[in-house]
Design a protein around this ligand. Structure first.
Ligand SMILES: [Zn+2]
Length: 310
């Protein structure tokens, strides 16, 4: 995500600029261009950040800084450290706990903070930035339609709670959203690759760029998948909270989906709040798993069945 990098570069300029980030001096200008000796950017190329890349970063950060400034390492798509069986994350963790010297600053960029293991997260200062509409990038429209479909399906399920097979069918529909998004990305990728092949570069260079494009798109599919799943879980959680609110005697205005008030009042009256609290807990746990690319389907089935069964 280019906004995140821009933000990190401004932050880096602010740290080393004598005037606190004037954006005009040489330090600022070169930092913003990402060409500065005390700045190191780790740009992932494959599907994970491999141990060698982290070793290289740590080595560079151990060299003494120029002009006694801060040495700033920016790791893009930091969630990719989850590869290599966790070795990369562990190396990062050790480095954060015991950096090469006191002039080191590590900036980890990530779109989904849950994708960073808690031990690493706990050693970082987290800043949250919401870029309007940027989380789903070019897929906003598709996300909107998934959202609408999901909300109307949930409405039907909540009004007809005996329909277990419909509930399971619905759970499968959600899984089918993901290949759809993947298909979009692959279509885009085909076009990019055709362009590269026509570029007239030599074969090795073309192969290298094609591989890089494929890897980047794989990463995008993975990231979008976990964003969709998290979003789906968020919408279902909102419905569960609405059910709890109505059972507890809450008013229509208190609901996320005020339109569902009558449906919930009729369908869920006299139900047990505990059961729905439990389902909320299941969602909370599984949202984190989804970020780490772990299977979510079973949890989804469980939550949706829980929603309809009495
Ligand atoms: Zn400056």
């Amino acid at each position: 995500m280019k906004y995140l990098l821009e933000l990190a570069l401004h932050f880096a300029a602010n740290i080393n600029c004598e005037k606190g980030g004037c954006l005009e001096c040489r330090t600022c200008r070169n930092t913003l261009k990402a060409k500065y000796p005390n700045l190191y950017i780790l740009e992932p190329v494959g599907n994970s950040i491999v141990v060698g890349e982290i070793d290289d970063l740590i080595y560079r950060m151990s060299i003494s800084s120029i002009n006694n400034e801060f040495k700033i390492a920016i790791i893009r798509e930091a969630e990719l450290m989850s590869g290599s069986g966790g070795i990369t994350f562990n190396k990062m963790l050790k480095t954060l706990e015991d950096p090469p010297d006191e002039k080191c600053i590590f900036i980890l960029l990530v779109e989904d903070i849950d994708a960073i293991i808690p031990t690493v997260r706990s050693r970082c200062q987290a800043y949250n930035w919401i870029f309007k509409g940027s989380a789903f990038g070019n897929y906003d429209e598709r996300f909107r339609s998934i959202e609408n479909e999901l909300e109307s399906h949930l409405k039907v399920l909540m009004s007809d709670r005996k329909n277990i097979s419909e509930a399971l069918y619905f759970s499968r529909t959600i899984s089918s959203f993901i290949p759809e998004i993947g298909a979009d990305i692959i279509k885009k990728q085909k076009k990019e690759i055709e362009k590269i092949k026509k570029s007239g570069l030599d074969k090795d260079e073309i192969d290298r760029i094609v591989k890089k494009t494929e890897d980047r798109n794989d990463r995008e599919i993975k990231k979008l998948t976990s964003l969709i799943i998290k979003h789906v879980f968020d919408i279902i959680a909102a419905c569960l909270e609405d059910i709890i609110a109505v059972i507890a005697g809450g008013k229509r205005e208190a609901l996320h989906y005020t339109d569902n008030y009558n449906i919930i009042s009729e369908s869920y009256k006299g139900g047990s709040i505990n059961k729905y609290l439990e389902l909320l807990g299941t969602i909370r746990e599984n949202k984190i798993y989804a970020s780490q690319g772990i299977n979510y389907e079973i949890a989804l089935d469980r939550v949706i069945l829980g929603l309809v069964q009495s």
